[in-house]
Design a protein around this ligand. Structure first.
Ligand SMILES: [Zn+2]
Ligand SMILES: [Zn+2]
Length: 354
C-alpha cells in the first residue's frame, strides 16, 4: 500500500515537473484561444433582422440591466436607448460588434434610457468605429445629454488619444453627435439608410419633454418600441407590426408596494411607487382604470414583447400578474429578459425567439 502511494506521488511530481517545463508552450497555445473568444464575433446571417434585448429594466429593478434594445441587420447595428449595465451585456455576449454601431436612438432622457452612453462611446470607439456616434432624440433635452456626456468624457478622450496615438484613436470618433428632431405631432421619419427607416411618434410621459416611441421598418418587417408612456387612447397605429415592444406597470400592485413602504416607515419608496403610476402603462384592468389588456382586442401584431416592467418582474407576485396578463392577452405575448434574441428573417413572417 505504502509503495503504491509513493509510486503515485512520484508520477505526480514528474508530471508537475513536465508541465512546469512546458508551461511556456502551453501558454502560447492557450492565449490565442482566450483572445479568439474576445474577437471572434459570428456574422449574423444576411437579411435576418436580429433584435437583442441588452437591457429590460428600470431604476426600480437594480439587479438587471436598464432598457436597451439593439437591432442588427446586414452588418449594421442600431441601438435604441442605453440604460445602465446594458453595454456590459452588449459586449459580454460576444455576438454584437460595437464597431458596427451606426446610430443610437433615445426615446427620452430619463436616466434608465441614457446612463450607459458613456460606456457605449468607449466600447465602440476602441473597437474601431470610424466616425463620431450619431445620437437621435427629440428636442433640446437630447442635445443637453449629448453635450454633457461629451464634456464628461473630454479628459478620457484626450488621455486615450495621447496614450494610443491619433492614428489608432481619432479624437472626433470618441464624440457623440447630437441629431435632434422636433417633437413630432404626427409620426415622422427621422432616419433612413440602406437597411432601415425609423419613424418617431410622440408618447405621453409627462412631465418628461420630448418622449417618443419609434417604429423601425426593415424591408417587409417592422418593430415598434413604445419607450416609456402612459396608456394611449388608440392603439390601431400598431396594426401590421411584427414585434410591439411595450413597457408596462401593474398599478394595483404598485399601490400595494407603496402602502407597504409607508407602513414600514419608508416614505420615500412609498411616494415613488405612488407617483410613477401616472406616466407608465397600466397592464391589467383594475376597478378604477383600464389596462393595456383592454386595448389589444382586434389588433394585428406578430408578438407583444413586454419590457420595463414595474414592480420588479422577477418578484413572485408580479410573475403571477404577468402570467394573468399573458393568459388574457389576445396577442402572442412574451416578457423579455436580458440577452433574449428575436430573429426576423426578411420576406417571411417568422419570429424565432432564443
Ligand atoms: Zn424608463
Ligand atoms: Zn421614463
Amino acid at each position: 500500500m505504502k509503495n503504491y502511494k509513493l509510486f503515485f506521488l512520484g508520477i505526480t511530481l514528474v508530471l508537475l515537473f513536465f508541465l512546469y517545463q512546458k508551461s511556456d508552450e502551453i501558454e502560447k497555445k492557450i492565449y490565442p484561444i482566450f483572445v479568439q473568444q474576445l474577437v471572434d464575433i459570428p456574422e449574423n446571417p444576411k437579411n435576418v433582422l436580429r433584435i437583442v434585448f441588452t437591457g429590460v429594466s428600470t431604476p426600480l429593478t437594480p439587479h438587471i440591466a436598464q432598457q436597451s434594445v439593439v437591432l442588427d441587420i446586414n452588418g449594421s447595428i442600431y441601438v435604441f436607448d442605453v440604460g445602465a449595465r446594458s453595454v456590459a451585456n452588449f459586449i459580454s455576449q460576444g455576438t454584437l460588434d460595437a464597431a458596427k454601431i451606426k446610430a443610437v436612438f433615445i426615446t427620452h432622457t430619463h436616466s434608465d434610457h441614457i446612463s450607459g452612453l458613456g460606456e457605449l462611446i468607449l466600447a465602440s470607439w476602441v473597437r474601431g468605429r470610424t466616425n463620431s456616434l450619431d445620437v437621435f432624440g427629440a428636442g433640446s433635452e437630447l442635445k443637453n445629454v449629448v453635450d454633457g456626456f461629451n464634456l464628461a468624457y473630454q479628459s478620457d478622450r484626450e488621455h486615450r488619444v495621447i496614450h494610443h496615438g491619433e492614428k489608432f484613436l481619432k479624437e472626433e470618433n470618441g464624440l457623440l453627435a447630437p441629431k435632434t428632431f422636433e417633437i413630432p405631432e404626427e409620426e415622422t421619419t427621422i432616419y433612413f439608410d440602406e437597411n432601415i427607416s425609423v419613424n418617431a411618434f410622440k408618447v405621453p410621459h409627462g412631465p418628461v419633454q420630448g418622449a417618443v416611441g419609434y417604429r423601425i421598418i426593415c424591408g417587409d418587417r417592422s418593430i415598434i418600441i413604445s419607450g416609456d408612456t402612459a396608456l394611449m387612447e388608440d392603439y390601431t397605429f400598431v396594426n401590421g407590426v411584427d414585434v410591439l415592444i411595450h413597457e408596462g406597470i401593474f398599478n394595483e400592485e404598485s399601490e400595494k408596494v407603496s402602502q407597504a413602504a409607508y407602513q414600514l416607515g419608508n416614505e420615500r419608496i412609498g411616494k415613488v411607487f405612488e407617483d410613477i403610476q401616472d406616466y407608465h402603462t397600466n397592464l391589467l384592468d383594475s376597478d378604477n382604470e383600464p389596462g393595456l389588456i383592454s386595448k389589444l382586442k382586434d389588433l394585428d401584431v406578430g408578438i407583444l414583447a413586454l419590457i420595463h416592467i414595474i414592480p420588479d418582474k422577477d418578484n413572485l407576485i408580479i410573475k403571477r400578474a404577468l402570467k394573468r396578463f399573458i393568459k388574457q392577452s389576445p396577442l402572442e405575448t412574451v416578457v423579455v429578459n436580458d440577452n433574449m434574441v428575436m430573429l426576423l428573417p426578411l420576406n417571411s413572417d417568422k419570429i424565432i425567439i432564443r
